[in-house]
Ligand binder design. Structure first.
Ligand code: PXG
Length: 298
């Protein structure tokens, strides 16, 4: 495996960053999780844009242009011979001293890893998952804006620990006020009376790229869609529910807090959007660069 670290591709064993890196010391940095399907990188521009916006909010200046970063992602897939991939871009504050002050860090660290991911066993996409609300609330926007995809994921990890201990397949997280927000690494949709509902971004959720793609697909199909504030009760009594994200794609939710949703199986809207999403990722996307040595073949 070849990993990009600060300007060059090195083998996995040689891919190292400093223990003084503030990404390691404080979670000071940003990242993106991106997928490639059948040789095409899905919504690469949107992911690159979000990375630079997250970095901008942290006043973290990425030492590589967005166009160069897009090339790094393509090359990481090509060098590792990946047709289907999960790509992780990480930009951290870089090495500094043992104080918090980011001004002491002069060289941000840039890493790109192209690998694979399987968040849930394949059969769960057919059966759906049982989720449960956790007591760990989403961090209020005033404290840490969820739109910044930062390296500081402890809020999600605490939710995940709670959910693991309770035996749920995934956690459902609420806002401080008790409204449904999202999963630790997924956005949520429910279907009620033929309408597709998802929490609005002002609730302090990550504006997921998969979420946006699903909203486009729903509009294309004429499925009534709204960004709406709703509660756990609305999830319990929904006809259908699903999580979505780059890592999990579309994951049907068949029970929440022990309450069966609909008939306890992935519903028709979820299945339709899953089929549409699979078709979309297969036809859209930026092609992965040809391997560097392809020209030399005789
Ligand atoms: N909400 C949160 C809090 C996230 O972290 C999403 C929604 C979905 O966004 P996209 O743009 O991917 O559709 C995320 C994505 C994991 C994992 O292993 C998930 C994410 C990041 C890293 C790992 O589940 N986040």
């Amino acid at each position: 495996m070849e990993i990009y670290v600060d300007g060059s591709f090195v083998s996995k064993d040689d891919a190292r960053v400093s223990v003084f890196d503030h990404g390691f010391l404080y979670g000071d940095g940003v990242f993106e999780g991106i997928r490639a399907y059948e040789g095409r990188i899905f919504r690469l521009k949107e992911h690159i844009d979000r990375l630079y916006q997250s970095a901008g909010a942290l006043m973290l200046e990425i030492p590589v242009s967005p166009a160069e970063m897009a090339e790094v992602v393509r090359e990481a897939c090509a060098r590792n011979g990946l047709h289907d991939a999960y790509i992780r871009l990480i930009v951290s504050r870089g090495p500094g001293d043992l104080g918090l002050d980011p001004r002491k860090c002069t060289e941000p660290t840039v890493v790109c890893i192209a690998d694979r991911i399987a968040l849930f066993p394949p059969e769960t996409y057919e059966k759906g998952i049982r989720v449960g609300a956790v007591s760990t609330r989403r961090t209020p926007t005033e404290s840490l804006n969820a739109r910044i995809k930062s390296l500081n994921y402890l809020n999600s990890i605490l939710a995940k620990i709670e959910s693991n201990l309770a035996g749920h397949a995934e956690a459902l997280m609420m806002t401080q006020e008790g409204y449904v927000a999202e999963g630790p690494g997924e956005n949520i949709f429910i279907v009620r009376g033929g309408r597709l509902l998802t929490p609005p971004s002002h609730l302090g959720i990550l504006e997921g790229i998969t979420r946006a793609a699903i909203m486009d697909l729903a509009r294309g199909r004429g499925i009534p869609l709204a960004e709406a504030v709703f509660t756990r009760h609305d999830v319990w009594t929904a006809d259908e529910a699903f999580f979505c994200g780059t890592a999990c794609e579309i994951m049907p939710i068949t029970a929440c807090d022990g309450r069966q949703i609909g008939d306890g199986r992935p519903g028709p809207v979820t299945r339709q959007l899953t089929a549409d999403f699979r078709a979309l990722v297969a036809r859209e996307g930026v092609p992965i660069a040809a391997p560097a040595h392809a020209d030399n073949q005789e």
